[in-house]
Unconditional design. Structure first.
Length: 117
C-alpha cells in the first residue's frame, strides 16, 4: 500500500541520511508510471486489461491516445480502428477517454484529442 511505501521511504531516509533526504532511497520506492502500466500491455502492444485504479487507467488511455494526431478530427469508425489495435472493446475505451478528458467529441460521432491531455 502507499502508506507502507511511504513509511519505508521515511525509515530509509532516516537510516541512510541521519534525517537528511537520501537520494538513494527514492529509486527503490518510486516507480515511474510507465513501468506501472507495462503490466497491462502484452508484448505485441495490445491491452491485456483495463486498469481499475484511475491513475493507471488514465496513464493507459493516454498511452493509447499517443497514436492519435492532436490536429485530426476522427470519425468514430476511424477512431475505433486505432483503438481496436489495442483492445476489442472500442466503445469502453472510447467512453473512458471521454470520461477522463483525453478525448472530446462534437455531440455526434467525431472525436479529437483534448487540449488538456
Amino acid at each position: 500500500s502507499f502508506s507502507h511505501l511511504l513509511c519505508r521511504l521515511v525509515l530509509q531516509i532516516i537510516e541512510e541520511g541521519q534525517g537528511k533526504l537520501s537520494i538513494n532511497a527514492l529509486p527503490h520506492i518510486i516507480i515511474p508510471m510507465s513501468e506501472q502500466i507495462d503490466q497491462f500491455f502484452a508484448p505485441d502492444g495490445t491491452l491485456i486489461s483495463i486498469p481499475v485504479k484511475p491513475a493507471k487507467k488514465i496513464a493507459v488511455l493516454k498511452e493509447i491516445a499517443k497514436k492519435l494526431s492532436p490536429d485530426t478530427k476522427y470519425p468514430e469508425k476511424e477512431l475505433n480502428a486505432v483503438i481496436a489495435t489495442y483492445h476489442p472493446d472500442t466503445a469502453a475505451i472510447r467512453r473512458h477517454m471521454i470520461e477522463y478528458g483525453i478525448l472530446e467529441r462534437d455531440g455526434g460521432s467525431v472525436y479529437w484529442v483534448s487540449d488538456n491531455s
